[in-house]
Design a protein around this ligand. Sequence first.
Ligand code: ZN
Ligand code: ZN
Length: 255
Amino acid sequence: MVQKVLVASFVALFVGALLLLLWAIVRFGFVSARRTRGAAGRLRDPDPAAVERVVGFAPPPALAAFYRESDLAARTEVTLVDGAASPPARWFVGAFIPLAAPDVREWRAVSGVPGVPVATDGDKGTYYVAADGAVRLRSPDVPGGDVVVAAAAADFLRLPVEEEPAGRAAIECPDHGAAYATFVCRHLADGSGRGFVCFDDPDDPYPDAWCEACEATRARAGGWDEESERVAGITVRCHHCYRAIRERAAARPAT
Ligand SMILES: [Zn+2]
Ligand SMILES: [Zn+2]
């Protein structure tokens, strides 16, 4: 008898859990998709007045202007770079969320953000504009509360998009964080090299580069050979380091 009751309770628990799971799938999958159907059409047609009725405050005018005018609004999977932060901050955007009542209502329910959800972070996080006008990121992956991304929506939406160099390995730079691998001679890498020499490649914003001394060795050898490559000691630097090296070389008078 006791066993029968136990089995019955387990079955009840199991069925309950299954129903809960089904509800979650329907609630956040199917229903979400249905409620936010037509989102692509609403993306470039913001409705700030309707959003104000949902969130209880007026979205900043820069936000509506962004959706109407900026091509960035329609882009997905982009990284915005805040060069004013030190080290520069990189904000990955999975997709922008339309400034329209159905989308804002649904994203607030799913993410729990208190303001106007603006974009997804490509994972589980949501960028939103708070009542004080600041842009914050709420993500279950970031413990310890929401992260301030920008003081105002206009600042966030103005950030330049980081164009990813094709075919480059992703690396973690100690100074710049997530970045792409580029190659320079060890003299350019350690700051001792003069000049900046590289083969021009219109398809590659970061062609391998070396200093004047390495170029002299290479010219004597009639091209790269074992000896000139040994002298150059080609080294990996991130693409931000590469830009800084190139700018330093351009700023310094030739010797
Ligand atoms: Zn060199
Ligand atoms: Zn770097």
